[in-house]
Design a binder for this molecule. Structure first.
Ligand code: SF4
Length: 303
């Protein structure tokens, strides 16, 4: 019978194989769609400004995620330092853009996971994990041997390569990607990501293929599936009226959508006139109408 969480079905040999494959990828890094080709094991850095050394800013039980993710025991968040995107409005910019955090070994990362489980967290919530996927798999292999038995939430910008997602197949039970932009040029301008929407579409398809629709247990706590976050931006810069219909038509309108209204100009947003104010009530109402027109019934609204 299949065990839960999914990574408990992965043998030691399979973990070892994936760790080896992942290490090779780091030698000419193509973990994310930037495909920098730098040797991170030799200390080189690409666009994510990270060598092979894992950096973590903090880890804690977090109660502010969507209700099924936080549950009553909290979500065991691990905030990784640096990011593959360069969002000019990043609300976590001290961590993602300014490099706040400390080096941790694979064994320390594995112990953090076990500690979060011991504290009663429902899951391990990997925040901005993309550039450290190989090291996370290594830490998880160790933690799994040492008794980790809560599911993994992969909390990402949505800018994911199929290479990374294939390495995570059967390891991640809950994918929680952002869907940031429907316009590749705007994604390049505001987040330094080329082909964001094309990459996102492939990534969402692959995530959905791996884990399907979002499911909760009898207590309303997340078990598995896809949960998409969409932050509404001023002037419809996020392309809400294109992203949501695309998800409804190409993934499923049963997808859980977290429609977020909390945008505020921070970090370098003031340098970009269109991003220099919060969203209006009218803009959020329009986003909600799109959600309704697409037939989405599952998820969370903020106003
Ligand atoms: S993970 Fe970092 S170094 Fe690797 S391809 Fe992405 S941005 Fe470049």
């Amino acid at each position: 019978m299949k065990k839960y969480p999914s990574y408990l079905n992965i043998s030691v040999e399979e973990f070892e194989k994936r760790i080896k494959d992942a290490e090779q990828i780091l030698q000419s890094c193509r973990i994310c769609p930037h495909q920098c080709g730098v040797n991170r094991i030799a200390g080189e850095k690409g666009l994510c400004r990270s060598t092979a050394q894992v950096m973590v800013s903090s880890y804690n039980a977090h109660f502010g995620e969507e209700p099924p993710i936080s549950g009553i025991g909290g979500s065991g968040t691990i905030f990784f330092t640096n990011c593959t995107l360069r969002c000019v409005f990043c609300q976590n910019y001290p961590i993602s853009q300014l490099g706040n955090g400390n080096p941790v070994s694979i064994s320390q990362l594995s112990k953090m996971m076990l500690d979060l489980q011991k504290r009663g967290c429902h899951n391990i919530n990997l925040v901005t994990p993309t550039h450290f996927v190989p090291q996370i798999i290594a830490a998880l292999g160790q933690a799994s041997k040492d008794g980790l038995s809560i599911p993994i939430v992969y909390n990402t910008s949505g800018y994911e390569s199929l290479t990374a997602l294939k390495l995570l197949e059967g390891i991640v039970d809950i994918y929680m990607p952002d869907a940031k932009y429907a316009d590749n040029m705007l994604a390049r301008k505001y987040s330094g990501a080329k082909n964001y929407f094309d990459v996102l579409k492939d990534a969402l398809r692959e995530m959905y293929r791996q884990i399907g629709d979002f499911k909760v247990d009898k207590n309303g706590v997340a078990i598995s599936g896809l949960l998409v976050r969409h932050l509404v931006l001023p002037h419809n810069l996020a392309g809400t009226d294109q992203i949501l219909p695309w998800i409804a038509q190409n993934i499923s309108n049963k997808t859980y959508i977290s429609l977020m209204a909390q945008y505020f100009p921070t970090f370098r947003a003031a340098d970009y006139p269109q991003l220099s104010r919060p969203i209006t009530r009218k803009e959020y109402q329009e986003a909600k109408s799109v959600l309704k027109q697409c037939g989405f019934e599952n998820g969370w609204l903020q106003q």
